[in-house]
Design a protein around this ligand. Structure first.
Ligand code: ATP
Ligand code: ZN
Length: 717
């Protein structure tokens, strides 16, 4: 008799004990159980010690047919996530495993012709069996059992006259036992000496975690490709994480050139069917490399050798809804469980990762040259205080026309979409705001709509103030759509490709954007952070950063870091081919240290400034943070409730701030209070246990109040 802890579908927070009377079940299997008088699906999580149970332990009913079995290491990983991020196990499972992945197997017995025992004279019944299977070569298990009975079948199997084999029955999987199946690898490019060294260090080191810090265009991707190739040749697999779906077409193309169609691709735009199919291929070992965004970290890659986290500084690795995991830390944990290596790559590593590299937690590997000795672009600052108008400086306009004449391409970067950020009435001062959120509405001219960036609500713009009806309006805070209008004014016949979350809503458009710009169908690529990183467009010789300051004033301790990364990354898109590149940074605060360090691409200098600030204020990597949002559709009593929760978790060891109104007080009709916790790792970990307990109790008592706990947040609003 064994005892297991099970996650029962649709239950929250607790695991339930069930018995396995005949020792027939295993960790990772989906089974049916009796739960509160209902038959429910459940997942076996871990074995429990036999002890005096205070309750009557029920037995597991049966296995659920066709359900995939989850690897026990993955179960361990899911449990860790649920524990670390204080999130429900069911949420983790939903995020990690696509819906309806079922694998149907067919069991067949194969005749072993070499077995000499057949020559013996046999009883009629046995002879009939032999004749039957000999004639066919193989037969389904179910047929044999119904024709000859299980006893006879078992006897033949024991004597090795027949062998049982498992075949996958799913459609589109016309393969059979691919264990010997070899992967065709095309010739990949030769690495430069610097790249070779880096690759060698990674593959030969006995360290587990690496930070590959290589300047933009140094060829980090080529190193990843070589590592993956080596893994494949040894029968191993790899996970390649990219921060954003926009980079999938480019990465897939580069990888497919090397590995043909042996790679799986996972991103958020796949249908459930497509995702299920990719996932099944990985699960069955048909595909051993996966390229994907955040959730690809959960791919059931066999013999995992490398996890590559490209552009590791990107905040998109953190999920902003339940479960609020960060794929980077999940990668570290997974590597610990499975014994693989993790490579974090970036030209502008996150302050935390660089700190870990400097303190020996990660091994630091640097690439200091661009491939082919391409020069880093020349960077210049344009002080906007001296300019007549604030979207495009004289200098930027001149440089753009120069490139256009030479048939070169230009990238214009502004980290805000829409036409204007908000509209204010000049007569009554009213600002158009969202009904459900305490934020102003942004204006989208082409669609003639006002939109809320928080809840997505849209309304038709009437062209007049919704309060006093005046038509005298002022449009504040330009976005990419406005820049597009402006550019068309300046350059009449130029083809502009605008890329922001508004223009890329249709499926497939990323492929088109990537191809069309590469093919030269457009002269100017204009967009938000989507285009600022990772792309390799060799014909871009000019990058214009329209408003470098726009991200600098965010009320977030990482605002400086993010601005530096955005400037350096977007600059890095210039001059990647044979022609030299140039970058213009428009700013009102040229003396600011973030702008100054970006100007010289002085990452280390920037890091020194930042790390000192972080240390002083005990921000990560020195301290850890938990952000708690207490929200409700009822405003009255919410503050009292928030306070009540605050008192429950109060702790003398830690700085616990709040509750105060969250920076965005209302989102989707819910009022929000915030509690902010900062402290040392150990104390935070201790607090987590208490937090979980209190949270569970509080939740039951206060059904109208929602508490969201964000461990290691990357977004402070
Ligand atoms: N060893 C090599 N042989 C041939 N081409 C190379 C080699 N190394 C790099 N390249 C080419 O140089 C260009 C830049 O390389 P890559 O995109 O990998 O740089 P990166 O370090 O990832 O840059 P970023 O950080 O800016 O994304 C690519 O077109 C790549 O194919
Ligand atoms: Zn809204």
């Amino acid at each position: 008799m064994r005892y297991y802890s099970l996650y029962v579908s649709d239950t929250k927070t607790t695991y339930f004990t069930y018995g396995d009377k005949n020792n027939e079940f295993e960790v990772g299997e989906w089974v049916f159980v009796n739960f509160r008088n209902k038959k429910k699906a459940a997942l076996i999580l871990f074995e429990e010690e036999e002890r005096e149970f205070k309750f009557k332990v029920k037995n597991i009913i049966e296995k659920i047919p066709d359900e995939i079995k989850i690897d026990s290491k993955m179960i361990e990983l899911f449990l860790w996530i649920s524990d670390y991020y204080l999130t429900e196990f069911g949420e983790v499972l939903t995020a990690a495993i696509p819906k309806n992945v079922k694998i149907k197997y067919r069991y067949k017995y194969f005749y072993n012709a070499s077995n000499r025992l057949f020559e013996m004279p046999l009883e009629t019944e046995k002879q009939a069996f032999i004749d039957y299977i000999k004639k066919r070569g193989n037969a389904a298990k179910s047929t044999l059992i119904s024709k000859f009975g299980k006893k006879l079948l078992d006897e033949f199997e024991k004597k090795n006259m027949v062998t049982l084999k498992k075949e996958v029955l799913n459609k589109n999987n016309n393969f059979y036992d691919k264990s010997e199946y070899s992967i065709k690898i095309n010739k990949t490019s030769d690495l430069t000496n610097e790249q070779k060294n880096a690759k060698y260090k990674i593959s030969s080191s006995n360290k587990k975690y690496f930070l590959l810090k290589g300047i933009t265009g140094s060829g980090k991707t080529e190193i990843y490709i070589k590592l993956i190739q080596e893994a494949l040749e040894n029968g191993d697999g790899a996970i390649f994480l990219i921060p954003e779906i926009s980079l999938t077409p480019q990465m897939t193309e580069r990888l497919k050139r090397s590995f043909e169609d042996k790679i799986a691709i996972l991103h958020s735009r796949l249908s459930d069917m497509e995702r299920g199919k990719e996932w099944r291929d990985i699960y069955l070992g048909n595909k051993r490399v996966v390229v994907g965004v955040r959730s690809a970290i959960f791919s059931p890659i066999k013999n995992l050798k490398y996890i590559i986290v490209d552009e590791e500084h990107e905040t998109t690795y953190k999920q902003e809804s339940e479960p609020r995991y960060n794929a980077k830390y999940v990668a570290i944990k997974r590597a610990e469980l499975e014994g693989c290596k993790v490579i974090f790559g970036s030209a502008t590593p996150s302050i935390e990762s660089y700190y870990f590299a400097k303190t020996g937690v990660f091994e630091l590997i640097e690439l200091k040259n661009r491939y082919n000795n391409a020069k880093l672009p020349k960077i210049e600052i344009v002080d906007m205080k001296d300019e007549k108008q604030d979207n495009f400086s004289e200098k930027l306009l001149q440089e753009i026309s120069k490139r256009l004449r030479k048939k070169e391409q230009v990238l214009i970067f502004l980290n805000r979409k829409g036409y204007s950020n908000f509209i204010q009435c000049k007569e009554c001062g009213h600002v158009e705001t969202c009904e459900d959120c305490s934020v102003s509405l942004s204006y989208h001219k082409k669609e003639n709509k006002l939109k809320c960036n928080y809840c997505g609500k849209e309304q038709v713009f009437l062209g007049s103030c919704s309060k006093c009806g005046s038509k005298k309006l002022k449009y504040y805070g330009k976005g990419t759509e406005k820049l597009e209008y402006d550019l068309k004014e300046y350059f009449k016949d130029v083809n502009i490709l605008r890329v922001d979350s508004e223009t890329v809503k249709e499926k497939g458009s990323y492929e088109r954007i990537y191809k069309d710009f590469l093919d030269g169908k457009y002269e100017i690529l204009l967009g938000t952070q989507i285009i600022a990183k990772g792309f390799h467009f060799p014909n871009i010789t000019l990058v214009g950063i329209v408003s470098a300051d726009s991200t600098l004033n965010f009320p977030d301790f990482r605002a400086g870091e993010r601005t530096f990364q955005l400037i350096v990354q977007s600059s890095g898109r210039a001059g990647r081919g044979k022609k030299d590149g140039e970058v213009l940074i428009q700013t009102y605060i040229p003396e600011h240290y973030v702008i100054q360090k970006s100007l010289t691409v002085d990452y280390d200098g920037f890091y020194e400034e930042e790390i000192n600030l972080r240390k002083e204020l005990e921000y990560p990597p020195f301290g850890k943070i938990i952000n708690i949002i207490i929200s409700s559709v009822e405003e009255s009593e919410l503050f009292e409730k928030a306070n009540e929760f605050y008192n429950l978790i109060k702790n003398s060891e830690l700085e616990i701030y709040g509750p105060f109104e969250a920076p965005i007080y209302k989102i989707k009709n819910r009022y929000r209070y915030q509690i902010f916790i900062k402290g040392e790792r150990k104390e935070i970990n201790n607090l987590k246990k208490q937090l979980k307990k209190e949270y569970n109790k509080f939740k039951i008592k206060n059904k109208n109040v929602r508490i969201t706990i964000d461990v290691d947040p990357v977004n402070m609003a």
